[in-house]
Ligand binder design. Structure first.
Ligand SMILES: [Zn+2]
Ligand SMILES: [Zn+2]
Length: 368
């Protein structure tokens, strides 16, 4: 059993730093000392859900964009040893289920260990040694340590800086993979990206990697449009100043937009993405949304496609190490995504920044 500091969400108030005990690793599990964890909108969705309607059982330890060093392995683990550097995958893969065997591990149907209970029975995490806590969004990265199933840790090269490549655990893989795996954007394509947070900026750089001819960046904040320019966008639409974003995109592309990526998670913007593509084009819903989407059925006669993408539609154990290589060879930008680095104790400030749209990404250091 390990005693550690974790940022805990216990209710509608701010997160608090608590002493938490962690059991494990059990059979097939890996104990990881977390070096750094990015702060993502999906964590904020959970916090706001608790604040609005008491959704999600608390207490919970959030954080799912984490990298660290293997501390200990449980019986039967063969893919990593103590000392290995790893990135955590918030949707672990089992390698055995229907989807893993069909080469679609991103929708692996093995339960996502929502509570990470040892042997499926005893709560693994306890606040102050007694109150059981959940390991939120699969990882529980706002903490000094985490225990993961072997399929949820991906070994990476040791010369890559953990405090930066942690972003590959969520935003980078999700955004770049949506472009290269889900949509399979071809060189010369016309692409639009709606929403330029951590995921959207990675859709932009994914489109650049894929050789897109034009990349239209759409957001309501001018500084995010500026960021998108650094990531490879060629055209810019400030959606707060533009009356009709869809018409503007159609104008810019003469109605020939091949791909649109929605990276916010709103029904309305998914509908806009679908409306702006050409006949035969593809709109990809990348953002997390619980909202309904309504599209005109006649558009399907024009072969317009609306698809979803989870976790970059990636085979994570292949793609995550490749993205680390691309970063180390200066082919993708990660440092530019990190606008602020903070100790774990400043987690509430980091969420306030994210909510205000001030930052692409904060990275927290649980060891500080
Ligand atoms: Zn995320
Ligand atoms: Zn599986």
């Amino acid at each position: 059993m390990i005693k550690m500091k974790s940022a805990v969400l216990s209710g509608p108030g701010p997160l608090t730093i608590e002493e938490v005990t962690l059991d494990g690793p059990g059979a097939g599990e890996v104990l990881v000392k977390i070096a750094a964890c990015g702060v993502c909108h999906s964590d904020l969705h959970v916090i706001n859900g608790v604040r609005a309607a008491g959704q999600a059982a608390t207490p919970v330890i959030l954080g799912h964009e984490a990298a660290g060093v293997v501390e200990e392995i449980g019986p039967g683990v063969t893919s990593v040893v103590p000392g290995d550097h790893v990135i955590m995958a918030f949707h672990p893969t089992c390698g055995k289920c229907y989807y893993c065997r069909r080469a679609m591990p991103q929708i692996c149907e093995t339960p996502d260990y929502p509570d990470r209970a040892v042997d499926g029975a005893h709560p693994r995490l306890r606040v102050a040694g007694k109150t059981p806590a959940r390991q939120g969004i699969g990882v529980g990265g706002f903490s000094e340590y985490t225990c993961m199933p072997e399929g949820g840790v991906v070994k990476i090269r040791k010369d890559a800086p953990l405090e930066t490549v942690c972003l590959i655990g969520c935003a980078v893989t999700t955004g770049i993979g949506a472009v290269t795996n889900a949509a399979k954007v071809e060189p010369g394509s016309l692409v639009a990206v709606i929403g330029l947070g951590g995921v959207g900026l990675n859709c932009v750089q994914g489109a650049r990697l894929a050789g897109a001819h034009r990349i239209i960046a759409i957001d309501v904040l001018p500084d995010k449009l500026e960021m998108a320019a650094r990531f490879g966008a060629t055209d810019f639409i400030n959606a707060s100043a533009e009356e009709d974003v869809v018409r503007k995109v159609v104008e810019l592309t003469q109605g020939r937009l091949d791909y649109a990526f929605e990276a916010i998670g709103l029904g309305k913007t998914v509908e806009q993405a679908f409306a702006m593509i050409r006949p035969g084009g593809t709109a990809v819903a990348v953002g997390v949304t619980a909202q309904n989407v309504t599209v005109p059925g006649r558009a399907f006669l024009a072969e317009k496609k609306l698809i979803g993408s989870l976790y970059g539609s990636a085979s994570i154990h292949y793609m995550i190490p490749r993205l680390v290589d691309l970063y180390m060879e200066d082919k993708i930008m990660l440092d530019e995504l990190v606008s602020k680095r903070r100790p774990l104790s400043e987690i509430n400030e980091a969420f306030a920044d994210l909510e205000a749209g001030h930052v692409a990404r904060s990275v927290l250091y649980p060891g500080q």
